[in-house]
Structures are given as C-alpha cells and as structure tokens.
Design a protein around this ligand. Structure first.
Ligand code: PGA
Length: 251
C-alpha cells in the first residue's frame, strides 16, 4: 500500500500573520493523523516561518519552484541548496503556471527535477494537459512527453525518489474538478507507462491528483486505486477545508 500524501500549494498567497494562524490550525487539526504525509509549499519568503512553526510537527514544508542552476549570476533565482538550508523536504517542479506563464518547457523542468534531487529534495513533478489538448484527445501523449523528458534525463529509478502530480490545466483554480474516473484513467495510464520500465517503481510511486480538490470531493478522488493523495491550491489556504482534505486521505 502506498501511503497517501496531501500537499498544499499556497501559490502567491499569504502574509506572516495569516500564515501563523493557518499553520497553527493545520498542525492542531491534523494532529494524530498517522500514516499519511502532509506538506505545505509556501512562497520563498515564508520558508523560515514555516520551518520555525512546523519543525517537530508531522507537517513538512517545501517550495513551489527552484532554479536549475547551483549558484551564480541568476538574479531573482533560488537554488536547491537554499531550500534545503531552510529544511524543505519537497519542491514543486513544472507546475502548469510555471510552464504557461514563465516559459518552462519540458527540458527546463527536467533540469529543475535534477537540481532538486541532487540536493536531496523530493521533487513533486506536475504534468497535465490543457483543455484544447483534452478536446483533441492527446492527453496521454502530452503527459507521456512531460514524463519521458524527465525519465530520459534521470533514468526510471529517479522517479522512485519523487512524487508525481497529475494536474489537468483546465481543472486548476476553475472549480471544475476532473471526475474521479477521468482522473483515475490518466493516473492508471501514467502508472502503467512507468510499469513498462519498472514495475517496482510504478508500484511505489505516489501520484497525486491536483485541480480544484475541495473538502467535498477529496474523498471520492482519493478512493480511486491510482490516486495517492492531492496537490491542493485554493483549498489549502482555508484551514477547515485543508484539514478535511487531509482527513479524507486518511480514510
Ligand atoms: P487548485 O490548484 O486546487 O486551486 O485548483 C491546484 C494547483 O494548482 O496545484
């Protein structure tokens, strides 16, 4: 059995005062929820705050992006080593907003995946199709390409030390969730594609679903055989919503 993982993606939201309340509520509301992984990916400036509030709790923390470079003249960038310096466990890589708004292509995403793993971080690799791609029935081709670029660079065994997140772009922040069956179909495809390379890696790999996961739909999504938890955007900013989603992963 793969343990479930619930990861919050705060995106560009937060402030020290709200964060303190939200983090304290999450810690209190998830206390005793053993056997699942819980993490929050916060904006860079709040990593230190997340570290000080969450260390010695069952909730880990991470970042939403990183540079593919180790160090150097890259104004505005943040390296993997800087993230580990603040105790990060996870880092989101290749989120569709990074791909669409900041021009991150599959190759850049693969380099970021590599930088994360080299530093000992667990990359949460996001893959997923747009609405047009779904309409054109190329969903499997798109996610396969996104995945293969990483496998080609890193090898299949590297996936064992990572987490995947299937996030259909049309479901992100839209309130339009993939149905559990739609999500399961793609998760099943992803897992079987990986199994063709390594059955062991495929069996162990956590594949999260992301895209308008809420308190009222998390349980039915997490009940699907190949959905191992969620990457949660909007609902991770609301303590009660997020806690309910964490509890749904436990059941
Ligand atoms: P959402 O975002 O839950 O607000 O749809 C998910 C994500 O972008 O990771």
């Amino acid at each position: 059995m793969r343990p479930k993982l619930v990861a919050g993606n705060w995106k560009m939201h937060g402030g020290t005062i709200q964060n303190r309340e939200l983090l304290a509520a999450i810690v209190a509301g998830t206390e005793g929820l053993s056997g699942i992984g819980l993490t929050v990916c916060v904006p860079y400036p709040y990593l230190s705050q997340a570290q000080s509030v969450l260390q010695h709790t069952a909730v880990s923390w991470g970042a939403q992006n990183l540079s593919q470079h180790d160090k150097g003249a890259y104004t505005g960038e943040v390296s993997a080593a800087m993230l580990t310096d603040f105790g990060c466990r996870y880092v989101i890589v290749g989120h569709s907003e990074r791909r669409a708004l900041y021009g991150e292509d599959n190759h850049t995403v693969a380099l970021k995946f590599k930088a994360a793993q080299t530093a000992g971080l667990i990359p949460v690799l996001c893959i997923g199709e747009t609405l047009d791609q779904r309409a054109a029935a190329v969903t499997e081709q798109v996610v396969a390409e996104q995945l293969d670029t990483v496998i080609d660079l890193m090898g299949i065994d590297a996936l064992a030390e990572s987490v995947l997140a299937y996030e259909p772009v049309w479901a992100i922040g839209t309130g339009k969730t993939a149905t559990p069956q739609q999500a399961q179909d793609v998760h099943g495809f992803i897992r079987s594609r990986i199994a063709a390379n390594s059955r062991g890696v495929a069996n162990e790999l956590q594949i999260l679903y992301g895209g308008s996961v809420k308190a009222n739909n998390a349980a039915e999504l997490f009940a699907m055989p190949d959905i191992d938890g969620g990457l949660i955007g909007g609902a991770s900013l609301v303590a009660d919503e997020f806690i309910t989603i964490c509890r749904a992963a436990k059941n």
